[in-house]
Design a protein around this ligand. Structure first.
Ligand SMILES: C[S@@+](CC[C@H](N)C(=O)[O-])C[C@H]1O[C@@H](n2cnc3c(N)ncnc32)[C@H](O)[C@@H]1O
Ligand code: SF4
Length: 490
């Protein structure tokens, strides 16, 4: 927080029209963590740094006919939910780190804001009201990020290398020396990484490090894979600097990326300092998932374990049932589903992930613990943004669906389902035996597209939204992850 903020807690709540000139009563928080207030004439004011129930003054830097934007300068009445940010790089100045938006708000209130956003989106976009709000899925609030894409920049004027997220108000790299949301051992590596890059011949042509940490390396303790993007070939001296860094930081393995994702390849390791295979585990299902560092995996493995368990519990899979896992990635839900269902189909757009999911199925079959058997499981590659009723029938009827799309949602999938549900003629023409799933669990990283798709399921496809809730996958950020359950109405 900036020193400019004067905090004068009060216990009474002055009526808005009795506020002194220029003071603003904050009513709510938007997803960018801007407090939302109204001028006496109704004009909306978005205030960076202000919290609901606070009365504040703001420095307005943008004024349009219908809204204004500003930054908090004084707090006249403070919210009881305001907390001291943990990270020294969080703040209101334009140079602060832009990675977190809500560190000044109590974690419970952050979850409440996200739940409100979910409910508002479902209602305003989809006209859907869940039968039941699920208890939020929560996990560790710090040190939860097991993967991140860090920008790297040599700032000649400062003679310094910066590694981190973008600044709050620009695309410059923020000058961070630690990060409270990254896994602690990676946060502790930020300064050594800066020194490493500063020592390299290629100092000016290394734009990014993408890192992924396994929660259990196969054959080693904890593997931290770092993918170094390089615009020019690296000198032998630079390759040796990377190898030496890995020796000094056990568990670190380097991968190099010269162009697109297909060019990512592992840098050899020095003899005696080998690391294992990057992997994460889902112990409740006896599943281990090896992965490559730029494969899609959930950033927060603690929450992921709870999420997978919760999603499967909500789906209520039985041993006799066939399940389809749409947007299955490397099989994060598919393989756990295969421990419970009769048959599972995983569908995914990226060929590389389909290949990985098949390898992971084989690997888990070979390693299966006593008492765990994996059902008949298949994976196919398909662009699910171009789903049709014909393709849907071609995939066969399933008792249950798990849907976990990217931010864009699963519009053409739910539209194809609605078209089939509405038209017995179409069903008859395409495949008489096809029936819609009885239950759908939808995991979403964007409440707006979830709400749109929920609208189609409820208004057009004959489902009710039995329950919905938030998953606090990314504490302190504005990101809203959620889960919703749809049941086919009789
Ligand atoms: C939110 S991730 C979920 C992955 C997986 N369920 C998991 O938990 O790891 C969304 C997945 O959708 C895939 N995807 C993105 N666009 C797609 C498309 N047009 N068709 C099919 N899959 C797509 C991505 O490759 C990614 O694996
Ligand atoms: S992303 Fe990390 S460095 Fe940036 S504000 Fe959040 S905790 Fe601090």
């Amino acid at each position: 927080m900036t020193d400019a903020i004067l905090t004068v807690p009060t216990t009474t709540s002055p009526a808005d029209n009795a506020l002194p000139e220029g003071w603003l009563a904050v009513k709510s928080l938007d997803l960018e963590a801007q407090g939302v207030a109204h001028r006496p004439d109704g004009k909306v004011v978005f205030i960076d740094g202000a919290l609901p129930f606070e009365v504040v003054s703001a420095n307005i830097h943008r004024s349009k006919s219908s809204f204004e934007k500003g930054t908090l300068t004084q707090i006249h009445r403070e919210s009881s939910q305001r907390v001291r940010p943990d990270c020294p790089h969080f703040g209101l100045s334009p140079q602060s780190c832009g990675g977190c938006k809500m560190q000044h708000l109590h974690i419970g209130a952050q979850v409440a804001v996200k739940q409100r956003v979910l409910e508002d989106n479902l209602w305003h976009i989809g006209k859907v009201k869940p039968g039941n709000m699920l208890r939020p899925i929560e996990g560790p609030t710090w040190g939860y990020r097991y993967r991140a894409r860090l920008s790297v920049r040599f700032v000649r004027k400062k003679g310094e290398v910066l590694i981190g997220f973008h600044e709050r108000k620009s695309h410059y790299v923020a000058d961070i020396k630690e990060c409270r949301v990254l896994v602690p051992h990676v946060s502790a590596m930020l300064l050594p990484l800066r020194a490493l890059i500063a020592s390299m011949d290629a100092i000016e042509t290394l734009p990014q490090i993408e890192l992924a940490v396994g929660d259990m390396g196969l054959g080693a303790a904890e593997v931290t894979a770092m993918v170094l993007r390089h615009m020019e070939p690296l000198s032998e001296a630079d390759l040796n600097r990377l190898r030496q860094f890995a020796v000094a930081h056990p568990g670190v393995q380097w991968w190099l990326q010269s162009k697109g994702p297909d060019t990512v390849k592992r840098l050899d390791e020095l003899p005696g300092h080998e690391t294992g295979q990057l992997a994460y585990t889902l112990p409740q299902f006896g599943i281990t998932m090896p992965f490559r560092p730029i494969d899609f995996t959930q950033v927060n493995p603690h929450i992921n374990r709870v999420l997978v368990q919760k999603a499967l519990a909500l789906l209520q899979v039985e041993k006799t049932e066939r399940v389809i896992d749409w947007f299955c990635g490397l099989g994060n839900f598919t393989l756990p589903l295969a421990t419970q269902a009769r048959e599972v189909l995983g569908v995914e757009g990226a060929e590389s992930l389909v290949a990985r999911s098949r390898e992971n199925l084989t690997f888990n079959r070979s390693q299966a613990q006593a008492g765990i058997a994996l059902a008949a499981t298949e994976f196919v590659a398909r662009n699910l943004f171009e789903m049709t009723p014909e393709l849907l029938v071609g995939d066969g009827a399933a008792d249950k669906w798990l849907v976990d799309p990217p931010r864009e949602g699963a519009f053409s999938l739910v539209q194809a389902l609605a078209a089939l549900k509405q038209s017995p003629e179409l069903r008859g023409a395409l495949g008489a035996g096809w029936t819609p799933p009885k239950r759908i669990v939808y995991v979403s990283c964007n409440p707006a597209t979830l709400a749109r798709d929920a609208g189609v399921l409820v208004q057009e496809a004959g489902y009710c939204c039995a329950a919905a809730g938030v998953v606090n996958m990314f504490p302190h950020t504005a990101h809203v992850e959620s889960i919703a359950v749809f049941e086919l109405e009789a």
